[in-house]
Ligand binder design. Structure first.
Ligand code: FES
Length: 181
């Protein structure tokens, strides 16, 4: 019972002082974005991207610290983060696979690619491999319909996927060292 009371208190009183949580590099990068926007809140999405680039994903504490820095309500920033599907609100692997599941890809072999990735990595949508290398997510149209099926890993787009070449792509990525290694 006591833990229920404590958790409710935590929800209602969370504030993170950005000076104690964000690095000077992160703050400088965010302030640069603020300087070219009309309001501090307008830099919200760029601030989320900056933190994700540095930390891999945006934790609750990161979000609260950004909201503090931008002097905006946490709920408003959470709304921005939720709307933008490339902001990760949970820890993800070194490589995040976004497999397109929109119409053109469905008509050109999506199911086979999905099954291949799932079985090669041993994970389904929303999961991360045990070694922390890959997270598997679905995505709406990636804009590569003329060369479907498509997927995106980081900033790299892969098109005209086949069960064979998708395995090669994953094998190549698996060999890459983590930046943190
Ligand atoms: S439908 Fe898959 S890239 Fe457009």
């Amino acid at each position: 019972m006591k833990s229920d009371v404590l958790s409710m208190e935590n929800i209602s009183t969370v504030t993170i002082d950005y000076r104690q949580y964000l690095s000077t590099t992160e703050v400088a990068a965010i302030e640069h974005e603020v300087s070219i926007m009309e309001t501090r809140e307008a830099a919200g999405i760029e601030a989320l991207k900056i933190i994700q680039e540095h930390r891999g994903w945006v934790s609750d504490d990161s979000l609260y610290a950004i909201a503090d820095l931008l002097n905006m309500p946490e709920a408003e920033l959470e709304g921005v983060a939720t709307f933008y599907n490339l902001i990760y609100r949970q820890a993800v692997g070194q490589f995040v696979i976004h497999l397109c599941d929109s119409v053109a890809c469905h008509l050109t072999g999506y199911e086979e690619i999905y099954q291949t990735i799932k079985s090669y990595l041993g994970i389904d949508y929303g999961q991360t491999t045990i070694d922390g290398k890959f997270t598997f997510l679905t995505n709406v149209c990636l804009g590569g319909c003329d060369k479907a099926p498509s997927m995106m890993v980081g900033k790299q787009h892969y098109q005209s996927l086949t069960p064979e070449n998708v395995v090669e792509i994953l094998a190549d990525l698996a060999k890459q060292e983590s930046e943190n290694d």
